[in-house]
Design a protein around this ligand. Structure first.
Ligand code: C5J
Length: 219
């Protein structure tokens, strides 16, 4: 069985049953003027991981892994955005407001799209999700079951919000999950560190972590 030298211990996966989920590498989180920036965040740390995520994607494509890209976004009429999400915080622009990249976090707008360097190729799945977790109100579990996937690699942003939420959802559904450490980022370095620690604590209570350099050889 292929094995990744991971923390807290080796991550084994059956060949043919491993998939990659890249979470929300959208212009709205990566570029100035998007949702992340309207919440008051410096987006530069997020933009910095794009080349590393691209290397992971290239490796997964060469190994012919099923690849799923998620996008956090809402219908133009906001019918899938609960008021609690819409009104939360005091952002300079709210979800659905017009911004420099179109309406903030709305499906079909330029800001909701994946950054061009990481765009999905034909045959890869692009999954729009209204929640932080990618299993909430989507058919992700059925897609993975239909593909025969039991083990998942995770990348994307932000580590402690959509990535960790989705990993926890996947873990509860019985998937074995590994987060690629340098292919995920947060607006808050201390939150990234804490999320990685939480995930692999107590004997991989949520899953495993490993740097890309340890993942690529196993693919
Ligand atoms: C956030 C995400 N942070 N993709 N979304 O609001 O993590």
């Amino acid at each position: 069985m292929p094995v990744i030298d991971a923390q807290p211990y080796a991550f084994e996966f059956p060949a043919g049953k491993l998939g990659l989920i890249v979470i929300d590498m959208q212009r709205d989180f990566v570029e100035p003027g998007g949702f992340g920036a309207t919440l008051g965040n410096d987006v530069r740390p997020i933009a910095a991981i794009v080349p590393t995520v691209r290397r992971l994607l290239d490796g997964a494509r060469a190994a012919r892994l099923p690849i799923i890209h998620t996008r956090e976004c809402h219908r133009p009429d906001l019918s899938d955005c609960p008021p609690a999400k819409l009104t939360r915080g005091k952002p300079s622009l709210r979800i659905g407001d017009p911004g420099p990249m179109g309406r903030i976090l709305i499906s079909g707008e330029p800001g909701a799209d994946i950054v061009p360097e990481l765009a999905a190729l034909p045959g890869e799945i692009v999954l729009d999700k209204p929640g932080k977790g990618a299993f909430h109100a989507t058919s992700l579990n059925k897609m993975l079951t239909d593909l025969g996937i039991t083990h998942l690699l995770f990348a994307g942003v932000t580590t402690e919000v959509c990535v960790q939420t989705t990993m926890r959802e996947a873990n509860d559904r019985g998937y074995e999950c590994l987060l690629v450490e340098d292919c995920t980022e947060s607006y808050f370095p201390e939150f990234k560190r804490a999320a990685l620690d939480m995930i692999r604590a107590q004997g991989a209570i949520v899953g495993w972590t490993a740097p890309l350099a340890k993942v690529l050889p196993a693919l």
